[in-house]
Design a protein around this ligand. Structure first.
Ligand code: SF4
Ligand code: SF4
Length: 63
């Protein structure tokens, strides 16, 4: 089970996550803060987390 959690307290809405993500249009929506739309398209490259300036993206994979 894949989960990507955005800490909305720390997100500054810069859009780096959406810009770097290869499947951005299907996964990310950034308004004031970043939201995940659909993780089925995520291939867990972790680029979004690496590009986040406030380290507010947490990627978790269980099982
Ligand atoms: S891990 Fe990769 S594919 Fe998944 S949301 Fe982040 S950048 Fe996109
Ligand atoms: S890169 Fe990080 S701070 Fe910037 S919009 Fe995405 S989650 Fe928010």
């Amino acid at each position: 089970m894949l989960q990507i959690l955005v800490d909305e307290e720390k997100c500054i809405g810069c859009g780096n996550c959406a810009e770097i993500c290869p499947k951005s249009a299907k996964i990310w929506k950034v308004k004031d803060v970043a939201h995940i739309l659909d993780l089925r398209y995520c291939h867990v490259c972790t680029l979004c987390a690496m590009e986040c300036p406030t380290q507010c993206i947490k990627i978790e994979r269980n099982g």
